[in-house]
Design a protein around this ligand. Structure first.
Ligand SMILES: NC(=O)c1ccc[n+]([C@@H]2O[C@H](COP(=O)([O-])OP(=O)(O)OC[C@H]3O[C@@H](n4cnc5c(N)ncnc54)[C@H](O)[C@@H]3O)[C@@H](O)[C@H]2O)c1
Length: 315
């Protein structure tokens, strides 16, 4: 079986490559631009040239992406601009990568490989602040930043291409992920940033009291659910929350990270204006719909995920 992972040198992509390679008959092609702004490195991919083909290419290039989709059985779209604050500072960059990029991929699949399964990695932040106790797929979308708005638009493209052209598409809304190959940079996922601070013995700074809760998921669970949905025709044409049951306050997360990686403690600091504007407050996500259809359940919680990550990084 041939699998294409666009954005496969990134955090989620590098973990998904490893999940795919657990299947003995799978060969993976990775297309990634290695754009320095996104800090991904080719070295994050496992060194098994007989099973991985790496192509440095651009999702925005019709030529690159059309060539890459040919003969693939499964295609994962893990590429894009993934920082909420960057999307506010550079909205056109976000639009290009997260909307135009997804359309390019869909057009390439439509014209060159319409029977492939195509899985889109969306974000739980598409919904914005919660207006009901549990947030599921029927919750209204009121995203608070350009990244989340554009991910919501791209989900619709994937659904439209299923409906209109019969493509085998599915979108998963993922929560805050953490794990190996994450970027220890404040602009990207905050848990990986906290982990980077703790691993280098520095204190973790939490804005305000840090009582707002987040759904957190270990990246191997995300890779597992992506792999599973690609082969499940019952899911095609729709968008699902693929989230964990673990809703933790920012302070709890910081303390767990600090403890697991023997960091330099947790400090509380004043909010920065840009962050406060895009803060969504408490959101309690439900992935009941996806779980009922697919049977998928996450294996890790915050603590076991952190411990697993420590074992992977420091065997
Ligand atoms: N990390 C999370 O917590 C999280 C949560 C929800 C959703 N997601 C989604 O998962 C996907 C992967 O996120 P990630 O955390 O791995 O991000 P990442 O930044 O680590 O990976 C994205 C990859 O895309 C590549 N890329 C960017 N522009 C490209 C282009 N034009 N052509 C080819 N490659 C390009 C980058 O080089 C990078 O390797 C994204 O769609 C993101 O929105 C991530």
């Amino acid at each position: 079986m041939q699998v294409l992972i666009v954005g496969g040198a990134g955090f989620l992509g590098a973990n998904l490559v490893r999940r795919c390679l657990q299947e003995p008959d799978v060969r993976v092609t990775v297309v990634d631009s290695l754009d320095p702004r996104f800090m991904s490195r080719r070295e994050s991919l496992p060194d098994v040239p007989e099973r991985i083909q790496f192509l440095q290419g651009d999702l925005l290039s019709e030529t690159d992406i059309s060539a890459a989709v040919v003969d693939q059985d499964v295609i994962f779209d893990c590429a894009g601009q993934t920082s909420h604050p960057v999307s506010m500072d550079q909205p056109y960059l976000d639009l290009q990568l997260n909307c135009l990029g997804s359309l390019r991929l869909l057009e390439a699949v439509r014209h060159h490989n319409p029977t492939a399964s195509v899985v889109f990695t969306s974000s739980s932040t598409v919904v914005g602040p919660a207006v009901s106790r549990a947030v599921d797929e029927d919750h209204p979308e009121r995203p608070r930043d350009v990244y989340s708005a554009n991910k919501g638009v791209a989900e619709k493209y994937f659904a439209i291409y299923h409906e209109k052209y019969g493509l085998r598409t599915v979108s998963l809304r993922l929560p805050n992920l953490f794990g190996p190959y994450g970027k220890p940079d404040a602009r990207f996922g905050f848990i990986n940033y906290f982990i980077g601070l703790a691993r280098s013995g520095r204190p973790i700074q939490v804005f305000g009291e840090g009582r707002q809760t987040r759904n957190v998921m270990y990246v191997e669970d995300a890779a597992e659910v992506l792999w599973r949905v690609a082969g499940d025709a019952r899911l095609f044409g729709s968008t699902y929350f693929a989230t964990s049951d673990d809703h933790r306050s920012i302070t709890e997360i910081a303390e767990a990270v600090d403890e697991c990686f023997a960091g330099g403690g947790v400090e509380h600091v004043a909010w920065s204006a840009g962050r406060e504007q895009i803060e969504v407050g408490n959101v309690s996500l439900s992935s009941a719909r996806l779980r009922e259809i697919s049977g998928w359940r996450p294996r890790f919680d915050l603590r076991s995920g952190l411990e697993r990550m420590r074992d992977v990084l420091e065997p």
